[in-house]
Design a protein around this ligand. Structure first.
Ligand SMILES: Cc1ncc(COP(=O)(O)O)c(C=O)c1O
Length: 385
C-alpha cells in the first residue's frame, strides 16, 4: 500500500527517490555535508537568478524551520529598524507578514484587497506615492489561502519605479511560477523545500541580493532569525549556525536532481497546470464550483465551494476521502465555506482523477448528490507511483 496522496499545499507527496535520499546520517561538521549545503544553495540561486543576473548578485541563505521562519527572518533582517513596510494583503499569508512586522515593532502599513481579488498595481503605486516613509514592499506571489495568483511582474515594476525594495513570499510558487531576476527587480524571494520543489519540510530559504544583505548587519530583531549572521557564518565556515536539518538538505538535493531532469521551471509549471486543468474540469463535471475565476487561479491549489447541503461537514468528508487514499485540505477563507485541493507534489493527472472519484464517492456516502466523473479509478493501487 502506498501512503495516501497528499493534495495539500505542503508537506506534499514526494517521490521514492526523495524519500530514499534521507536514509543516511550526516555529521553537521562533515565536509561532505558542507559541500552538499553549498551545492543546494547554488542550485536554488540558479533557479531564479542564474545566467544574466551575475553569479554574485544574489545569494541563498537557508534557514532551519518552516517557511514562516524564513519569512520572519527576511523581514526582520532586511527591513531596517527605521524602515517602513507596505504589506500587500489578499489572504492569510499576507496578513501574517503584516502581523509579524508589527510584532517586531517595525513600521508597517497594509492594503487589503479582500480574499478574492488580486493585488492591484495602480493602488500600490498610489500608496507608494502618498507615503514617502515606505522603504520596502512585501507581496505574496501565490496567496495559498485561496490559490490566487498576484500580478508579480506588474507590482515589481511599480515598486522599482518608486525606488522601493521588493520582498516576495514565493513559498508556494518558487520553482513552478515564472520568477527570474533577469525579468524583474526584487531584493529577496522567500520559499521552502516542501512545496513546488517537492522536497520535505524542515527548511526555508531566502534568495537575496548580496548587496542588500551586506547592508543589513545589526538590523535583526532575533538571534536565531538573523539572516545576515546565518549568511556570514555559512560563508565563513561552510556550516550552518546551530543544528542543521541534515536529512532535509539531502532530500532537497535529490528533489533538485529530479527537478532538473524533469525540465526545470517550465516542465514543472506544465505538469501543475495540467493537474489544475484536470481538477477544475472534473469538479465542474461533479457539479462543484471553484471559488476563484480561472483567470486569477494559480495552478497550485484550488479552493472549492462546499456543497450547499445540510449534510456537509468537512471533518466527515476529510475522513471519508482519506480512507479512500486522498488527503485534502480545509478552506482558509473567512467569508465562505470551502475546502482546498492541491495540484502540486510528485503527482500527475491519474492522481487528480483519483481525487475526483474519491470526492464523488465521499459525497455520495454523505448523502450529498454529485454528478459522476468521466473516467473512474476506483482503487488507489491503480494509480501509478
Ligand atoms: C504563501 C505562503 N507563505 C507562507 C507560508 C507559511 O509556511 P509554513 O507553513 O511552512 O510556515 C505558506 C504555507 O503554506 C504559504 O503558502
Amino acid at each position: 500500500m502506498r501512503d495516501p496522496i497528499l493534495l495539500t499545499p505542503g508537506p506534499l507527496t514526494t517521490s521514492l527517490a526523495t524519500k530514499t535520499a534521507m536514509l543516511h546520517d550526516w555529521g553537521s561538521w562533515d565536509s561532505s555535508f558542507n559541500a552538499l549545503t553549498a551545492k543546494v544553495r547554488q542550485r536554488l540561486v540558479a533557479i531564479i537568478a542564474g545566467d544574466n543576473a551575475g553569479d554574485s548578485a544574489y545569494t541563498c541563505v537557508p534557514l532551519q524551520g518552516s517557511g514562516t521562519f524564513a519569512v520572519e527572518a527576511a523581514i526582520g533582517t532586511l527591513l531596517p529598524p527605521d524602515g517602513k513596510l507596505l504589506c500587500l494583503v489578499n489572504g492569510a499569508y499576507g496578513k501574517r507578514i503584516a502581523q509579524m512586522t508589527a510584532m517586531m515593532k517595525r513600521q508597517v502599513t497594509s492594503i487589503d484587497f479582500g480574499e478574492s481579488a488580486p493585488v492591484d498595481p495602480a493602488q500600490v503605486a498610489a500608496a507608494l506615492a502618498s507615503d514617502p516613509l515606505i522603504t520596502h514592499v512585501a507581496i505574496v506571489y501565490c496567496e495559498t489561502s485561496t490559490g490566487i495568483l498576484n500580478p508579480l511582474a506588474d507590482i515589481a515594476d511599480v515598486v522599482a519605479a518608486a525606488g522601493k525594495k521588493l520582498i516576495i513570499d514565493a513559498m508556494s510558487a518558487f520553482g513552478a511560477l515564472p520568477l527570474f531576476a533577469r525579468e524583474m527587480q526584487f531584493d529577496a524571494v522567500i520559499a521552502s523545500a516542501n512545496k513546488c520543489l517537492e522536497g520535505v519540510p524542515g527548511l526555508g530559504f531566502v534568495v537575496v541580493k548580496t548587496a542588500a544583505l551586506e547592508q543589513a548587519q545589526g538590523y535583526a530583531h532575533s538571534l536565531s532569525l538573523d539572516l545576515y549572521q546565518q549568511w556570514r557564518y555559512m560563508e565563513q565556515t561552510g556550516q550552518w549556525r546551530y543544528t542543521p536539518p541534515t536529512h532535509v538538505v539531502a532530500a532537497l538535493d535529490a528533489a533538485l536532481d529530479q527537478y532538473e531532469a524533469e525540465g526545470g521551471q517550465a516542465a514543472r509549471l506544465a505538469r501543475y497546470s495540467a493537474n489544475c486543468a484536470c481538477l477544475i474540469a472534473g469538479l465542474k463535471r461533479l457539479g462543484l464550483e471553484s471559488f476563484l475565476p480561472e483567470d486569477i487561479q494559480a495552478p497550485i491549489i484550488v479552493t472549492v465551494k462546499a456543497p450547499a447541503h445540510p449534510n456537509w461537514d468537512f471533518k466527515v468528508f476529510y475522513e471519508l476521502t482519506k480512507a479512500r487514499g486522498v488527503v485534502l485540505y480545509p478552506g482558509k477563507l473567512t467569508t465562505a465555506e470551502t475546502f482546498r485541493v492541491g495540484c502540486i507534489g510528485a503527482i500527475s493527472q491519474p492522481e487528480m482523477q483519483l481525487a475526483l472519484d474519491v470526492i464523488c464517492g465521499a459525497l455520495g456516502e454523505m448523502g450529498i448528490p454529485c454528478l459522476s466523473t468521466a473516467a473512474t479509478f476506483t482503487n488507489v493501487e491503480e494509480v501509478s507511483q
